[in-house]
Design a protein around this ligand. Structure first.
Ligand code: COA
Length: 158
């Protein structure tokens, strides 16, 4: 990675040996799925003091649509606006690259994520029923709610 002097330290990760797997698995506990989408995605990291503080993974679905497949901030740095900056970066990246729509998916139980994404202009588009039951080996719970369905959110950029 080249040193970056811009005030917001978000840059493309060129060396996949430096992938922050701990962070990626925080957002998506399926290592299989993560490894699958990383192959065709671009990874951007938020650097603080030259260390990776956050990550966002952008995955082109086709010429018109791009999806945020993964976004995570180190737990001790959450709630300080880094996630918002990563999401705004993803929205700008999608606009600059002339995508029509940007998507993000989250679980039915991910209440703060649903709040954050809608606050930043994403709208609920589709529910993939039982996505987590069908694709993850262990049952999961979050905020006291069984993790079952994937809520897909979309933002039109044009
Ligand atoms: N609990 C409560 N509120 C939260 C929250 C949490 N875990 N995460 C974010 N928020 C709220 C903040 O209060 C803030 O609201 P405000 O702007 O009205 O004050 C808003 O969401 C944005 O917070 P921000 O600091 O920009 O987000 P962040 O840096 O914590 O990053 C995530 C957000 C989701 C990327 C981060 O919490 C994270 O890495 N979570 C674990 C991985 C994950 O769930 N990834 C997403 C999978 S879909």
């Amino acid at each position: 990675m080249e040193p970056n002097t811009s005030p917001i330290q978000i840059q493309k990760l060129e060396d996949y040996n430096l992938l922050p797997f701990d962070l990626l698995l925080l957002a998506d506990p399926s290592e299989t799925l993560v490894k699958q989408y990383l192959k065709d995605a671009e990874v951007f990291v938020y650097l603080l003091d030259q260390k990776i503080a956050g990550v966002v993974v952008l995955y082109p679905l086709d010429t018109y649509n791009i999806e945020i497949k993964n976004i995570a901030v180190r737990p001790n740095l959450q709630g300080k606006g880094l996630g918002t900056q990563l999401l705004k970066f993803a929205q700008e990246f999608a606009k600059e690259n002339e995508y029509d729509n940007i998507f993000i998916g989250t679980a039915n139980s991910s209440l703060s994520q649903l709040y954050l994404y809608q606050k930043l202009g994403f709208e609920i588009q589709e529910i993939k029923h039982n996505f987590f039951l069908d694709n993850y080996p262990e049952p999961m719970e979050e905020n006291g709610i069984p993790v079952k369905h994937m809520i897909m959110l979309k933002q039109c950029l044009k």
